[in-house]
Design a protein around this ligand. Structure first.
Ligand code: ADP
Ligand code: NI
Length: 219
């Protein structure tokens, strides 16, 4: 019975999120959510985390993101109303809100996620920022934000506050050095670390190739 109820909640969450993100062109569209959900379920199975919490938090993880929904009080209010409408038990509701309000990178100054479920969903979201898909999302996001592909006069930042991370001028290529290449070391679970390895290597090869073509020294 519980299984069926959980399935219904997940389907309703999917419909709601699909509706909210249907016009997204910043790399946070529905298919990003779907990949994160699939990866969260895979990592949850391996690490013994609660599957329902991981899947629900993965589905809802970008619904209160301040880049996409700058009116934060309204975004949280809508989420709380959704939980009430769906009759989600309070302990689940509190756990999911805790996960999705603390998972974002925001310059790399965050504390470790408190629960295994939070660690799993954060890993799944971070894995979608790596590899071929991570690269594609970064160029899409940069176009959306009005940033250049690359500009050698804008230097890489090695550490930054959340405000600097969001507001200072950067480029898509800078983002690889400022965030993406640092994520491999930040994975919480062993399973995610292994997957991150291959994706990290792909990005290093990509950046080497990008540099060769930029210099015009490729054969
Ligand atoms: P956060 O906003 O906390 O970095 P997100 O997971 O929402 O985390 O970012 C998702 C993806 O959006 C990044 O992995 C990257 O592809 C893209 N992105 C976010 N910020 C930037 C940026 N400043 N420049 C280029 N791409 C970015
Ligand atoms: Ni995300």
């Amino acid at each position: 019975m519980k299984e069926v109820e959980n399935q219904v909640i997940l389907e309703r969450a999917q419909n709601w999120v699909q509706e909210k993100l249907k016009h997204d062109s910043s790399g946070h569209d529905w298919w990003h959510i779907e990949r994160v959900r699939r990866m969260a379920v895979r990592l949850a199975r391996i690490s013994g985390a609660n599957l329902f919490i991981c899947e629900l938090a993965a589905l809802l993880h970008d619904i209160v993101d301040d880049k996409l929904f700058p009116d934060q009080p309204t975004a949280y209010q809508e989420l709380r109303s959704w939980f009430i409408e769906e009759n989600i038990p309070e302990d689940i509701d509190a756990h999911v809100i805790e996960i999705i309000s603390t998972l974002s990178f925001k310059g790399g100054n965050n504390l470790k996620m408190r629960t295994l479920e939070g660690q799993v969903v954060q890993d799944a979201d971070r894995l979608d920022a790596l590899g071929a898909i991570g690269a594609a999302r970064t160029f899409a996001y940069s176009g959306w934000k009005g940033q250049a592909i690359y500009d050698p006069t804008i230097i890489f930042r090695s550490s930054m506050t959340k405000e600097q991370y969001r507001n200072e001028k950067s480029t898509a290529i800078n983002h690889f050095y400022e965030k993406l290449l640092r994520l491999r070391e930040l994975m919480n679970t062993e399973a995610a670390r292994k997957i991150a390895e291959g994706r990290h290597k792909f990005m290093e090869d990509f950046l080497m190739r990008f540099d060769l073509e930029w210099q015009g020294t490729d054969e």
